[in-house]
Design a protein around this ligand. Structure first.
Ligand SMILES: O=C(O)CCC(=O)C(=O)O
Length: 254
C-alpha cells in the first residue's frame, strides 16, 4: 500500500503514533515468531515472574540471524518517516520485544522515556526518539492489545497520567495485525493489557534516535545479556545505510 509520508509524520507529531497497514511481509514475521519461542521459554525459565509485570517479559534481540531482517531496518518508507521527524543522520540503538503471556495483567499507564527538560514540564517539543513496532502475531482482544492515550506526549507527565487514570483521556486499543508497523513517540502514554490466551504475543520494537541522543542502557540486551548485540563480521555484511543506522550499537569481534 502506498503510504503518505507527510500524513504519517503529521499524525505522529499530533496524536503520538501512526500505523502502516500490512507493511512487513507476514512469512518473515512467522519465522521470527518461531525463532522467538525458544528464547522466550529460556527467559521465562530464568525469570519466571516476568520483568515487566507478571508473566510479561522485555527481551532484547541481537542484530543477527534469525531476528535481523534488512526489511525491518532498511525500509525506505519507515526511514523517510522517522527521518522527517528526527532529522538526518539518525541512529538505531535497540532492538527488542515486549511479550505478555497467559497470566499477565494490566500494566500501569506509563511512558517509556523521562522528560528531556524536566525543569519545564509544559515545554512542548518534538521527540528525540521514535519506536518502530510490529507484532509477530495478529493481535486480538484476548491476547493483550497495546493501548495508547492519544496526544498525551504534549502534556506535563503528571497531568497526562491524572487525565488518563481518571478516564478523561481514553485509552485506545490498537488491534495490530502481523505485518502492520506502528511508529510511536514513546512519550505518549500507553500500557500493555492481559494476554488471556495460551499463545504469547511478541511485540518487537526498534528504537530510532536523533543523531545526538543516546540512552546508555541500550548498550545491553534486556533479559538476554550474554548474547552479543552485533558482531563486527555481521555488521560488515550490511548495506552502507544499515551500517550508518547501526553505527552506535556496540560491536563485538567474532
Ligand atoms: O507489550 C505491550 O503491549 C506494551 C509493553 C510496554 O509498554 C512496556 O513493557 O513498557
Amino acid at each position: 500500500m502506498r503510504i503518505n509520508i507527510d500524513k504519517c509524520s503529521a499524525e505522529i507529531l499530533d496524536i503520538g503514533y501512526c500505523i502502516l497497514p500490512g507493511h512487513f511481509p507476514r512469512p518473515v514475521l512467522e519465522t521470527c515468531r518461531e525463532a522467538f519461542l525458544p528464547l522466550l521459554a529460556d527467559v521465562a525459565d530464568r525469570i519466571p515472574d516476568g520483568n515487566r509485570g507478571a508473566r510479561r517479559w522485555a527481551i532484547g534481540l541481537p542484530f543477527a540471524a534469525p531476528f535481523y531482517h534488512s526489511g525491518f531496518f532498511n525500509d525506505d518508507t519507515v526511514i523517510q518517516i522517522v527521518s522527517r521527524i528526527l532529522g538526518e543522520n539518525l541512529h538505531i540503538s535497540y532492538y527488542g520485544t515486549d511479550t505478555p503471556a497467559q497470566g499477565s495483567e494490566y500494566q500501569e499507564v506509563h511512558a517509556d522515556l523521562p522528560f528531556l527538560f524536566s525543569e519545564t514540564p509544559h515545554h512542548r517539543h518534538p521527540p528525540a526518539l521514535l519506536a518502530v513496532r510490529f507484532t509477530f502475531v495478529d493481535v486480538t482482544p484476548e491476547n493483550g492489545p497495546f493501548e495508547v492515550a492519544e496526544r498525551t506526549q504534549h502534556l506535563p507527565r503528571a497531568e497526562a497520567l491524572e487525565k488518563v487514570n481518571s478516564g478523561e483521556i481514553p485509552l485506545k486499543q490498537l488491534m495490530l495485525k502481523a505485518g502492520d508497523v506502528l511508529i510511536t513517540d514513546p512519550r505518549t502514554l500507553h500500557r500493555g493489557t492481559p494476554n488471556r490466551t495460551d499463545t504469547p504475543r511478541p511485540f518487537a520494537v526498534i528504537v530510532h534516535n536523533r543523531h545526538w541522543y543516546y540512552l546508555e542502557h541500550h548498550g545491553r540486551l534486556e533479559a538476554n545479556e550474554n548474547t552479543p548485540i552485533l558482531t563486527e563480521s555481521f555488521y560488515q555484511t550490511l548495506s552502507p545505510r544499515e551500517r550508518s543506522l547501526l553505527r552506535r550499537v556496540p560491536r563485538t569481534p567474532d
